[in-house]
Write a protein that binds this ligand. Structure first.
Ligand code: ATP
Ligand code: MG
Length: 584
């Protein structure tokens, strides 16, 4: 392709609304343009990257026996009502009506549609197992669409669904997908880890997320450097810390704590350790108010809380609501005498003796609060947010913490959808059994952005060879020098002839502009044709990743470039093979 004819609108300025580097660079390098919040045009370069990621995904799905199909984006509400998710999914679901007033939604995911398809078409154990997948646009009206392609409202996803006769069959399908996912991300040139995760609105039991390490990532992961434990903090369990106590419960006592509201203010005023305070946080749910209690040095994990309360909505109450419900200004709520509120206590709280807690009265706390004696908990569970330094639930040593981007997630659904939607098969004995399902997603456009988050420098993107839009750009230093242009043209044609994906930058631009754009766009190789090349017949080949340059005789160029590309792809394949052996 000739740069003069390609739509690659590069920009020098950082777009004002782009907070993260992948968003900035994809806009600046002419890959994407915004249409509406979280909705983007993928320009020609971006589409080439997307197609490469999709090709890798297809190969790995097919390798495991996946069959590609294509389901509708527009889905009838009836199926979602049947599964119960029409109400559960909430405002993230894009809903619409047809001209007859019938309800539909734009697919955020396809469990309902595919289960409906399979319940109608699969009748016998002989037809199982089945692995069906598609690559398609998904629609989610995210509360906070942001970070460019990382969190869009329209995005491309690969979703695969597995159908098995039983749990053992599902375990095999899950294992296959685990391996396929690790191979996909390794081949895309990403540094990632699979982590235990929470199953969220999709439901189900076992689930892993594939997370790409990046500081801009929205997922917080705790992992153990001593064993193989890694988990999203949304789900991470950590055993309660046991603090030996040799105190007897003392009588409850009210103390004045004027203006002391935060854990730090109260505990320093009273001269006690933060571990002695019961932190009380009020949440609003569709089933009423709930107070979550954790130790003063801990934080509440809202995902765990929501799960334990078995509610769909769980939001921290605002100060006015806290005042109305507890009878005191923010900072003085506590479990003793708190009425009309469900009390959910963390395991550690129930072991506290003579603790400090808010008294539900302005500027006042209680001393010697003893759980069980002074208040009853409606629910006792692991509610705390795990953080770095907490004990590893597997080996007990301290956990480390990092941030990442979730690029894929795999779930064991079991019979969650097949039961409610009635997807059954007849076994060898003619007995009807529910089909056992799994579901497996990869964000294609998010993976593209994640690759940029991990592979860039101050000058622009550094595409891994496997997903680069083109492998090579040929840059004549001066477009007015006929000899240079001729030589560049010949180099371009020899590369094209060898099947190399190459762009000829034939634009009438200054060399500085062309070099800057080449770096910004991130072609892995740049071939420069200047005076020296014309005189010596040798072309400069420069690697984007490390700036290394080599001079190659013009006749050897195509062979040399082919060899580099093959070696780079082989290296990624080697990494992929290593990952396949790491499956759990
Ligand atoms: P998140 O927690 O980031 O919202 P999710 O758990 O809702 O993700 P899944 O339902 O598991 O995501 O979807 C499968 C994959 O689709 C994700 O791993 C991610 O790569 C991608 N994905 C999900 N939501 C978005 C989005 N809003 N924009 C781009 N990609 C997304
Ligand atoms: Mg989501």
């Amino acid at each position: 392709m000739r740069a003069s004819q390609l739509l690659i609108p590069t920009l020098r300025e950082v777009p004002a609304d782009a907070e993260v580097i992948s968003h900035q660079l994809l806009v600046r390098a002419g890959f994407i343009r915004k249409s509406a919040a979280g909705v983007y045009n993928l320009l020609p370069l971006a589409l080439r990257v997307v197609k490469k990621i999709e090709a890798i995904v297809r190969e790995e799905m097919d390798r495991q026996g996946g069959q590609e199909l294509l389901m509708p984006i527009i889905q009838p509400a009836e199926l979602w009502q049947e599964s119960g998710r029409w109400d559960v999914y909430g405002p993230e679901l894009f809903r619409l009506k047809d001209r007859h007033g019938r309800d539909f939604c734009l697919g955020p995911t396809h469990e309902e549609i595919i289960t409906d398809l399979v319940r109608n078409e699969v009748k016998s154990y002989r037809q199982l197992p089945l692995l069906l997948y598609q690559i398609q646009n998904k629609y989610r009206d995210e509360r906070r669409p942001r970070f460019g392609l990382l969190r869009g409202r329209e995005f491309i996803m690969k979703d695969l669904y597995s159908f098995d006769r039983d749990q053992a069959g599902l375990d095999v399908s899950y294992q296959k997908m685990y391996e396929a996912y690790a191979r996909v991300f390794a081949r895309c040139g990403l540094r990632f880890r699979s982590v235990e995760a929470d199953s969220g609105a999709i439901g189900g039991k076992d689930t892993h997320e594939f997370t790409v390490f990046a500081d801009s990532g929205e997922s917080v992961i705790v992992y153990c450097e001593h064993c193989d434990y890694a988990s999203n903090t949304e789900r991470a369990a950590s055993p309660p810390e046991r603090i030996p106590v040799d105190e007897q419960p003392a009588p409850l006592k009210e103390v004045a704590t004027p203006g002391r509201r935060t854990v730090f203010e109260v505990t320093s005023f009273l001269g006690v350790n933060e571990k002695r305070l019961i932190k009380t946080l009020l949440f609003e749910t569709e089933k009423g108010f709930a107070a979550a209690l954790v130790r003063g040095d801990r934080d509440v994990n809202e995902i765990k809380l929501q799960k334990e309360l078995n509610v769909l909505r769980c939001e921290l109450a605002d100060p006015q609501t806290v005042e109305r419900v507890s009878g005191a200004r923010l900072g003085f709520a506590g479990p003793v005498g708190l009425s009309g509120v469900k009390i959910a206590a963390d395991l550690e709280v129930m072991e506290m003796v003579n603790a400090v807690a808010g008294a539900n009265k302005d500027d006042t706390h209680f001393l010697n609060v003893n759980p069980g004696r002074d208040f009853k908990a409606d629910l006792v569970a692991d509610l705390r947010l795990v953080k770095a330094g907490d004990a590893c639930p597997k080996c007990g040593r301290p956990l480390a913490e990092t941030r990442g981007i979730e690029v894929g997630q795999i779930f064991k659904l079991g019979d969650k959808y097949s039961k409610v939607l009635g997807a059954a098969y007849l076994d060898e004995n003619g007995q009807a059994r529910p089909i056992i399902m799994g579901c497996y997603g990869i964000g294609i456009t998010r993976t593209m952005a994640a690759a940029v988050e991990q592979n860039h420098d101050a000058n622009g993107i550094i595409w891994p060879f496997s997903i680069a839009p083109f492998h090579v750009v040929v840059v004549p230093v001066s477009d007015r020098d006929e000899k240079q242009m001729e030589m560049a043209q010949a180099a371009y044609e020899s590369l094209l002839g060898a099947g190399v994906e190459v762009v000829l930058d034939d634009r009438p631009e200054r060399p500085g502009v062309k070099f800057k754009d080449a770096d910004l766009i991130g072609y892995p190789l740049r071939v420069t044709v200047g005076n020296r090349a014309v005189q010596s017949g040798e072309l400069e080949v420069r690697r984007r990743a490390n700036g290394e340059t080599v001079f190659v005789p013009r006749d050897n160029l195509a062979g040399y470039v082919q060899k580099i590309i093959a070696a780079e792809l082989a290296q990624l394949e080697e990494k992929a093979q290593k990952y396949s052996m790491n499956a759990p």
